[in-house]
Design a binder for this molecule. Structure first.
Ligand SMILES: NC(=O)c1ccc[n+]([C@@H]2O[C@H](COP(=O)([O-])OP(=O)(O)OC[C@H]3O[C@@H](n4cnc5c(N)ncnc54)[C@H](OP(=O)(O)O)[C@@H]3O)[C@@H](O)[C@H]2O)c1
Length: 198
């Protein structure tokens, strides 16, 4: 069965963005992208690069992990504000929102239904794994459904920001088994964990 994989960049202290909810890796961002980190993404997860980045880096590989991406409306809104209506035209792209009524790009599917029910349906369908892009609120809504957690851990702390799972998520301790890891020269780590309990 396809798995729901939360593949996301996190600081050492568990944040995915600063408190302002802006793109931390954007032109005004504080989150460095080391060269070896980018090389790793291009080689191992090319499908997770947004279309404009794929174009700039001449990446055409379909990738082997994901054929579907799920994101929350606020994360989607960052690309939208920059004029990118579909950052992942090479994937099936679902955006969860109860407020957006019209899709800005024909290929982007707006979903107002319960994310858990949607993910359970997607898991029954054939295909590659499903990439949960984030942000923290959507990931909090889907906490119970995540099978694999791939943390791209940046060697930085920021003290405060948007946590990996929204503070609205239920308290629900789970344990995970480390199944793969890559430590880069730049001190970034890519840690793959499979859910052990729950
Ligand atoms: N580090 C990384 O790799 C990474 C990856 C992704 C995002 N981010 C960062 O994450 C931040 C955004 O995260 P966020 O937590 O503020 O927002 P988010 O999870 O991206 O989006 C929240 C929105 O998604 C919709 N949503 C969430 N749960 C839902 C549910 N149960 N049913 C239907 N719709 C639901 C709602 O949209 P409506 O209000 O329209 O109903 C909600 O306001 C940004 O700063 C972004 O840069 C970082």
């Amino acid at each position: 069965m396809r798995r729901l994989v939360h593949y996301i960049a996190s600081t050492l202290d568990g944040f995915i963005a600063g408190p302002d909810g802006a793109d931390p890796t954007g032109p005004d961002g504080f989150w460095p992208i080391p060269e070896d980190y980018l090389r790793h993404l291009v080689a191992e997860y090319p499908e997770t690069l947004p279309g404009p980045a794929r174009q700039a880096l001449s990446v055409t590989a379909a990738g082997t992990h994901f054929d579907t991406v799920l994101e929350g409306r606020r994360s989607y809104g960052i690309g939208l504000a920059a004029g990118v209506t579909d950052a992942y035209p090479h994937l099936r792209h679902l955006v969860f929102s109860r407020t957006l009524t019209e899709t800005p790009a024909p290929a982007v599917e707006l979903v107002a239904d319960d994310p858990v029910a949607t993910v359970r349906q997607l898991k029954q369908q054939d295909g590659k794994d499903i990439w949960l892009l984030g942000g923290g609120e959507l990931a909090g809504s889907l906490y119970t459904e995540i099978d694999t957690l791939i943390l791209k851990v940046a060697p930085m702390t920021i003290g405060n920001g948007i946590p990996l799972f929204s503070r609205k998520a239920a308290f629900d301790p789970r344990t995970w088994t480390l199944t793969d890891h890559t430590v880069l020269k730049s001190s970034a780590m890519i840690l793959t964990y499979t859910r052990a309990t729950g």
